[in-house]
Design a protein around this ligand. Structure first.
Ligand code: FMN
Length: 159
């Protein structure tokens, strides 16, 4: 089995739930992206901040960086759908780590908008990676069987 990393940012735990499910199924290493300063819990406040940051292309600094990214061949990248885009901490991660030559697989959770342009964003941020079709789930309603069916479809073996 390839060396698999499941990296994600989650604000209110839905994406974290999906990330854990994927990591368990494929036997991957989980890595949570944590911004230096946490986003507000208040919904209006976080939407306002996200809007400003996404419009400005702001890359929030992260608390830590991952070690030994080179050892992974396959990297699942997870984000909540924020205004149809990747959450800015995920953009910081992808810009500060070189995933060239690796297989990158997007996943997201959303409030009804599916992927928005997240797959496209990830493609742009990982222009030298092989991008496989991703998986998006509505909120925390993540069906185990659907995750398995998707992994099978894209040729990723469960452990
Ligand atoms: C700042 C912000 C912006 C959002 N924008 C969208 C959106 O454009 N489309 C959508 O379907 N859901 C949107 N949502 C809903 C989240 O994508 C959804 O609740 C997601 O499951 C949250 O994942 P998390 O619990 O891992 O943070 C937004 C949520 C937040 C906080």
């Amino acid at each position: 089995m390839e060396n698999v990393l499941v990296v994600y940012y989650s604000h209110s735990s839905n994406t974290s739930k999906l990330a854990k499910m994927i990591a368990e199924k494929v036997g991957g290493k989980l890595y949570e992206i944590i911004p230096k300063s946490a986003y507000p819990n208040d919904y209006n406040a976080v939407v306002e901040q996200a809007r400003k940051e996404i419009q400005a292309g702001f890359r929030p600094p992260l608390k830590t960086n991952i070690e030994n990214i080179d050892i992974y061949n396959t990297v699942f990248v997870g984000t909540p759908n924020w205004l149809s885009s990747v959450a800015p901490p995920v953009a910081t991660f992808l810009e500060s780590n070189d995933l060239s030559g690796k297989t990158v697989i997007p996943f997201c959770t959303n409030g009804g908008g599916g992927f928005g342009h997240i797959e496209h964003d990830i493609q742009k941020l990982c222009s030298n990676s092989k991008i496989l079709p991703g998986f998006s789930a509505y909120g925390s309603s993540i069906k185990d069987t659907e995750v398995s069916a998707w992994l099978k479809r894209i040729g990723i073996q469960e452990k």
